[in-house]
Write a protein of this length. Sequence first.
Length: 115
Amino acid sequence: MFKISHVHELPKIIGIPQEVIDVTESIVDTLDRVYGVDRDPLLHDGGYVVVLEPEDDLSVLEEIELEAERLCPEYTDYIRTSAGVEYCHALILCNNEFSIHIICETSKASVNLLE
């Protein structure tokens, strides 16, 4: 699992399709521009992106104190890679100034993330 809060953290994403990295970059670029590059994602507004690795299942979200079965996304989008693998991108609003974006292979996403 990769937890990305800022553009400068993107190089730590390894083994993930470029299309997913591009979406992640777009999100964290917006977070950096709107909320600042010096923000602490746990103490300040904004949020972060969680990208699950292909070998991960949703239970890894417990490491950041999220229960996959209880998540209720504001919206869900899909990312199709050039290799034909589909990823789910779910936006979880925690309050009006903090969100968590969860990106994982659609085949591993729970029903509530897909709806």
